[in-house]
Design a binder for this molecule. Structure first.
Ligand code: WTA
Length: 665
């Protein structure tokens, strides 16, 4: 259940920020009264509502029915045919916008003439995507085949995903920060025969060895027959990234020889578009499945409304700082944006390279209008100091978004004042990999916002806070966040695991989708997320299953048993704390041997799972606090990790002395 103390502290937040009148006057949704009317109608007549949105897009064949709902299975736009790549690119060209910029890309390195910048028009994008689609076909990729993509933030990553969508291949994109083991597991789970990667990616001036990670992964599986390597860092074919004869192919050579035209394949609305893995409460990540038509309609509409995108404003330039390897990148860099005919910016590097003002430098030079980032990044910017944003003209900004984790009111207010100049509405968007797109969010021209609250349900979305019987709880009472009705962008399942799909999302509250977040609704009707109610922790905006980290730890020879919990962290939101029972004798607390072992374990988690999973705290111990029935008392571990006074009832503990030992550990 959500933590009562968190709820109390949030109740003290009373500041209200109304949308500026001149902004509201121009917005798609102009007032709370208008939002309420639209929302009520979208819930009362969902089929009429969603078909009107869908009609703004291109379909090869119209639907026979808007929705077929057999809980927990939804089919949207049943019988219709469309293609998401067509809607991202061709539809704009058909409308005479071939020369309009679709993607603005900026490389990380800053040379004497500034950074490398590429502006791709819809026509450029069509040619690049078509060529690569033909390359995929030439390698035997067919409709329904899973293509694994593991690349840095280069335009070719967007091209590869769109090429898959164009021919009906299913992409499975793996974030470039993941390790070889994660690649191997995903390749196996998706039974993927083709993998697209880069020799490396640039991160703070250094080469991240993507190809080497792929080679290590593919040594553990023989599933993949072809690897296409984009030579980004110039190390492909050298010792750093050797090419395996017969298996590895150079991207540029293949693309140069490919036909520049490739018609978009008419896809059934319910054909699988992609799988994307997210952490769950067990050790194994879940391959979340998204299909074509509904996901397209949901991401299109939410992009338009949440960011108040204006297709006919030539200055509109939207920038989401996420990596394409996460759902935020999928939905809100490419798939929701391009069909809105708004230019989307992709940045290759990190926020502090070459200096901590890099993001603000980008905003100023490109005149970014809509900006979307994570609370963790905002907290880091606050730490780095106001002088960095203050050095730049940020007056082009109109809407600021945040995503991925709760934003603390202090960071919210800083974002509003220091980045937004007090003038830009803030949209705190709550959603998940599973929901495909936004579920709770302010609408920038309509909603009076309160820092820390993600405000109201999106149009067409029926969210509530309930008890375990599905009954709504009173205002300001913590409960379970649910969605009571199907929505177009909802996940269609977990790849290859029907039972887990039903169990994870549809068994906690009868008849409703349960995202495993706790929440409350304040008397104004605004939603407040109070935290996860399962064993997933959200670290720097990224989901991490505590069991995944535990499994990584016990795979180290020095570890007998491990328990992992989250604790409040001032930049990452939540940090990772590991309690480890060592194999054999426990090194003396504070000794060099103990410190070395902790360092080794942190590095081991980084290697097994990727840098995100590195524990911030490791405590070595001879035992874990367990109840007499053998359950680890996680709440107690959370208190110890946070340095809190112990409030848990320890009377059921087997070994009562353990608490003190752990606090020292
Ligand atoms: C958390 C990211 C509070 C939440 C799009 C959710 C948030 C999980 C917010 C999904 C927010 C996401 N306020 N918490 N605005 N946005 N979360 O799948 O716990 O990476 O269940 O999707 O992040 O993370 P995922």
């Amino acid at each position: 259940m959500p933590d009562a103390s968190a709820t109390e502290s949030m109740l003290t937040e009373t500041r209200r920020f109304a949308p500026p009148a001149d902004f509201a006057a121009q917005a798609h949704v102009k007032s709370m009264a208008e939002y309420e009317k639209l929302h009520a109608r979208s819930i009362a007549e969902p089929e009429a509502f969603w078909s009107e949105v869908a009609n703004e897009l291109h379909w090869f064949k119209p639907w026979d029915a808007v929705l077929e709902w057999n809980l927990p299975d939804a089919k949207w736009f049943v019988g219709a045919q469309t293609n998401l790549c067509y809607n991202c690119i061709d539809r704009q060209i058909d409308a005479g916008l071939g020369d309009k910029v679709a993607i603005v890309w900026e490389g990380e390195a800053v040379g004497p003439d500034g950074p490398e910048i590429l502006r791709l028009t819809y026509a450029d994008l069509l040619e690049r995507v078509s060529r690569f689609a033909n390359v995929l076909k030439s390698k035997g990729v067919k409709k329904g085949d899973v293509v694994t993509i593991y690349m840095g933030m280069v335009p070719e990553l967007a091209v590869a995903m769109l090429a898959c969508a164009r021919i009906g291949a299913v992409h499975s994109i793996i974030f470039g920060g993941f390790s070889a083991q994660a690649i191997r597991d995903r390749v196996e789970d998706g039974k993927s025969k083709l993998l697209v990667t880069c020799d490396g990616s640039w991160r703070r001036g250094k080469v991240v060895p993507l190809k080497a990670n792929v080679d290590e992964a593919l040594a553990m599986t023989d599933r993949v027959k072809d690897v296409i390597v984009f030579n980004r860092c110039g190390v492909a074919g050298t010792d750093q990234a050797p090419m395996v004869a017969g298996r590895d192919h150079d991207w540029a050579t293949l693309v140069d020889g490919a036909d520049p035209t490739c018609p978009a394949e008419p896809m059934d609305s319910e054909d699988l578009l992609f799988i994307l893995y997210t952490s769950g409460s067990t050790g194994k990540p879940k391959g979340i499945m998204h299909t074509t038509g509904g996901y397209m309609v949901h991401t299109y509409m939410t992009s338009k409304l949440t960011f108040d995108l204006k297709a006919d404003d030539p200055d509109e330039l939207y920038w989401c700082t996420a990596d394409l390897g996460w759902i935020t990148g999928h939905s809100y860099i490419i798939y929701g944006l391009l069909p809105n005919r708004c230019a989307t910016l992709m940045f290759e590097g990190g926020p502090n390279h070459p200096a901590p003002d890099r993001f603000w430098d980008i905003v100023e030079r490109h005149k970014v209008t809509k900006f979307y980032t994570a609370p963790t990044a905002i907290r880091a910017f606050m730490k780095w100091g106001d002088e960095h944003p203050e050095r730049h003209d940020l007056s082009s900004l109109k809407v600021l978004g945040t995503v991925g984790e709760p934003i603390n009111p202090e960071a919210w207010v800083w974002y509003h004042e220091t980045i937004g100049g007090g003038r830009c509405p803030i949209v705190d968007t709550w959603w998940q990999t599973e929901t495909g797109g936004h579920m709770l969010t302010p609408l920038p021209g309509a909603t009076t916002t309160t820092p820390g609250s993600c405000c109201r349900p999106m149009l067409g979305i029926d969210m509530a806070v309930v008890n375990s019987d599905g009954e709504e709880v009173p205002h300001n009472t913590g409960g379970i966040l649910v969605c009571r009705k199907p929505w177009p962008g909802m996940l269609r399942g977990i790849y290859g695991d029907r039972e887990r799909f039903v169990e994870t999302y549809w068994s906690k509250v009868p008849g409703m989708y349960c995202p495993a977040d706790g929440a409350r609704i304040d008397p104004d009707g605004n939603f407040w997320i109070t935290g996860r109610i399962d064993d997933v922790i959200v670290v720097a905006g990224h989901n991490l299953g505590t069991m995944e980290v535990e499994s990584a730890l016990v795979s180290h020879p020095a570890v007998a048993e491990a328990a992992v919990v989250g604790f409040p962290h001032d930049v990452k939101g939540t940090g990772v704390a590991a309690f480890v029972i060592t194999q054999g004798e426990l090194p003396e607390p504070g000794s060099d041997a103990a410190e070395q072992m902790k360092k080794d374990l942190v590095a081991h988690c980084g290697k097994e799972l990727g840098p995100i999973a590195k524990p911030d705290q490791v405590r070595l111990t001879t035992a874990l606090p367990k109840t007499r029935s053998g359950k680890i008392m996680r709440r107690l571990l959370r208190d110890i990790a946070a340095g809190n006074e112990i409030t848990s009832d320890v009377s059921t503990l087997e070994d009562k002395g353990i608490v003190e030992k752990l606090q020292e550990g």
